[in-house]
Design a protein around this ligand. Sequence first.
Ligand code: NAP
Length: 472
Amino acid sequence: MRTQLYIDGKWVDGSGKMPVYDPSDGSVIAEVATAGEAEVEAAMAAAHRAQPEWAKTTPRYRSELLRKAFELMVEESDALATLVSRENGKVFADAKGEIAYAAEFFRWFAEETVRVPGDFRMSPSGDKRILVTHQPVGVSLLITPWNFPAGMATRKIGPALASGCTVILKPAGETPLTALAIVDILERVGVPKGVVNIILPSPVGPLISKMLHDPRIKNLSFTGSTEVGRVLLQEAADQVVRCSMELGGNAPVLVFDDADLPTAIEGLMVAKMRNGGAACTAANRVYVQRAIATEFTAAFSKAMSELVMGPGMTKGVNLGASVSMKERNKIAALVSDAISQGAKVRTGGQLPEGPGAFYPATVLTVERDNEILKHEVFGPVAPVVIFDTDEEAVALANDTDFGLISYVFSGDLARAIRVAEAMESGMVAINRGVISDPAAPFGGMKQSGLGREGGFAGIHEFLETKYIGVQI
Ligand code: NAP
């Protein structure tokens, strides 16, 4: 298990240490090195030094490195998933799914790097030729959250390396071990020194601010809460650092009266419970049409009540721990508030006895003005609301500052597409609970973010477009 920082091709001790906990029992898994000013400076210097040579490498060379990293991740997926499950609390099956998803970003961008298109054409007046090409933005700071410690790292490292950018990765303090293991894989496949660096700055805010005010940092790719994203956008403004932001969500699920109920329940269970509900894409507000509301809510509550909660590495468990007691207590407080505003508990809602950051699968029926609908719960809690007409459903779904993803369940594809087109979200899932795919553009509208990760758009977050006008 790697516990040191990786700077300029060397594993180093850093300026201090911090513990990483197993949230299922509160025990310390490891002590990891933290970065002070000296290590932050060393990482920026290394990434800056390595940038010109890395930018000159051929797409095929970068592609082969990423392809090898994909293969190693797949070979070592059990060990990586164990790390994810232990430091994050999610169940092992979810962690294995995350590693497969994460590895795919290396494969996808190995394929993308050799296919970045350019453009050559005559100007409309015929006076010149228009050449359009793409160049790496430069040293990129990558900041990731704790909920997908592998997936969020590779979704950024993959396109950054593919495009010819060097990187400094800053994983979440709760879950650094998986990111360190991924960097170890990149070292083993032969990524040159200085191209990938990983640091855990302490204190985080001031040191990241310092980096965003350093002219060597050209690009920031952040995934995390809207609250922190907003601060970082302000910090980045001083040097006009280019930003991509994958921020919070508050995903609505619309279940129409013509939906196939087993499909809708199955889809909602995945949309809500993947990662124990700790996903930016997690179903957060469930709107059900009146005619099917009783039957649907009963079936959904039954499915939720049958989940087995426990440590993520235990066989038969399908709901693990939250990442920390702090996060677990936030979930409990949101549910208590909702109940005090009139929510009815259909299942769950009680804190379990004993150690570990556990919260049970919970279904609430709530009125439209319940405050819980305004918050990203980030846990296994689903508030259910009844609606009558399609117009009302769309208005309720869009009544939020967030706009990452929406889910629509309907047996009428034309109706589902009409609703999907009216959703103010960057992604819409129709009749399924998961649509994240390295080959598709992931990202949000409104305060859920700026830019897209994955798909054909992902690599362009790390490329500058250059236009060359040629006199003919
Ligand atoms: P967070 O508190 O915003 O933290 C995210 C990252 O930012 C962590 O690495 C954190 O470091 C760092 N950070 C915190 N304060 C900072 C500061 N002042 N300056 C620089 N960096 C700072 O989010 P989280 O609790 O880890 O993750 C949950 C959030 O992420 C949810 O809102 C979720 O919706 C969102 N998310 C979005 C997507 C998406 O693709 N749209 C995907 C996954 C998650 P420390 O851990 O060291 O504090």
